[in-house]
Design a protein around this ligand. Structure first.
Ligand code: FIX
Ligand code: ZN
Length: 424
């Protein structure tokens, strides 16, 4: 690859081509390898009944959530399609996404869903995953795997083959956020644990997680946390972090992902669509990075108001890797704002985005949008560098994009030996 400088007026084309050619790693999704069975969602009815669209349905249609959730999947999809795609133009980020998926497969974006249903019913999952990943421009996706999920856990325990397209993650929300509802599951498996965390609970949870690390070989552990998350704090959650989770992460060289800022079920009637956002006190992140210098933390924050602080903390802690424009921030206006600020403050030492896809085909539009939003931002970045007197080569651009969408992640999940400091 030539290191020869690119004329400033050709930088944008070079950026667009390199973004298109690069295969990204999607570091956080709710997608599943086929061998985990029906928990992996795909197809038109799943796309349309995505909780983002359910939230929008209730703004346009007077149906009550109770009545809506009593419908069949097909009835739900037909109602959302009629309301958000036929009676109204699908201009929101989430509805436009469905249109982008339909047109990616050459399917009609108006009329009824019959042709789309026939098309998706004709696909076999392995060929479909291959085509979807190609259209999305990703090489692999990182899953969200819950060792206490009654549908998923037994499949892992029975043994599943590994899949190079899907990397596992040990998701700990049930232990760290809902211990009072789930401690019995561990007790039933023979772990000497107690609801109040007494006795051998901490070491037994450690033993439980050690077993899952050996079984699942996760690339990182993860938890979503409320906007009220505080550290340090006299709580079971913080005890589990300190005494069970972070010690194992350190010993096995696995990073911990903290996704902070959720106000769970602000409207419980909306179920999965009922969560909200709140500004978090990031002194918790400051202290946890300080207290655990040998642990590495992926951090994603849900509140727009927390993003600048996160950039500052990332400048203070090399064991902190900011990632993604999570959930309610995964909109071009927010992605633009956050990515520009992160480049200005962190160079290419962060991970700009993850899809958070819950339905397979969503990666097509979520990554198309990311490329579309980042092209002018990266082009402007390199053009400004060239104007300031440092010639820019295609190699520079390729290296930067590879860092943002691949090697920052690959290096950060490496155990300490292979880990290269993100600031190098
Ligand atoms: O906690 C999470 O991983 C969140 O991403 C999800 O719970 C959320 O429902 C979602 O789908 C966001 O996009
Ligand atoms: Zn998620």
């Amino acid at each position: 690859m030539s290191a020869s400088p690119i004329p400033a007026d050709q930088i944008r084309t070079a950026v667009a081509e390199e973004l298109q050619a690069a295969k990204f790693i999607d570091i956080h999704t709710h997608l599943y390898k086929p061998s985990l069975g029906p928990i992996g969602l795909w197809g038109i009815d799943e796309l349309i009944t995505y909780h983002y669209l359910e939230a929008e349905l209730f703004r346009f249609n007077s149906i009550t959530p109770g009545k809506y959730f009593s419908l069949t999947k097909t009835e739900k999809a037909d109602l959302i399609w009629k309301t958000l795609f036929i009676e109204n133009a699908p201009i929101s980020e989430s509805t436009r996404g469905v249109v982008a998926v339909l047109s990616a497969f050459g399917l009609p974006t108006t009329g009824d869903l019959a042709e789309a249903r026939t098309f998706f019913a004709s696909r076999t999952i392995t060929e479909h995953i291959r085509d979807v990943f190609r259209l999305a421009g990703i090489s692999e996706a990182v899953m969200t795997n819950d060792p206490l999920d009654p549908d998923e856990a037994p499949v892992w325990e029975r043994g599943t083959e590994s899949d190079p397209l899907f990397h596992p993650v040990l998701r700990l929300d049930r232990i760290l956020n809902k211990w009072d509802q789930h401690w019995q599951v561990l007790q039933a498996k023979g772990f000497d644990v107690h609801p109040d965390g007494s006795g051998r609970t901490m070491s037994e949870v450690r033993r439980f997680l050690e077993g899952w690390v050996a079984l699942m070989k996760p690339v990182y552990m993860a938890v979503s946390l409320p906007d009220t998350f505080t550290y340090p704090e006299m709580s079971l959650r913080v005890r589990f972090l300190r005494e069970s989770v972070l010690p194992i992460c350190r010993e096995t060289g696995i990073p911990m992902s903290l996704m902070i800022g959720v106000r769970y079920l602000v409207n419980p009637e909306l179920r999965l669509a009922g969560d909200g956002v709140g500004k978090a006190d990031l002194r918790a992140v400051e202290r946890i990075c300080l207290d655990f210098p040998d642990n590495r933390f992926f951090i994603s924050l849900l509140s727009r108001e927390n993003q600048h602080e996160l950039c500052v903390y990332a400048r203070k802690f090399a064991n902190l890797m900011p990632f993604g424009c999570w959930w309610f921030l995964n909109n071009p206006s927010m992605v633009e704002e956050m990515t520009r600020e992160r480049i200005e403050m962190l160079g290419a030492s962060f991970i700009p985005q993850h899809s958070d896809a819950r339905v397979l085909e969503q990666v097509i539009y979520k990554w198309r949008n990311t490329r579309r939003t980042l092209t002018p931002i990266l082009a402007n970045t390199y053009q400004t560098l060239s104007e300031d007197g440092r010639p820019v080569s295609r190699e520079d651009i390729r290296h930067g994009i590879n860092r943002l969408f691949r090697s920052n992640f690959e290096n950060f999940i490496q155990p300490a030996g292979g880990h290269t400091c993100p600031h190098e």
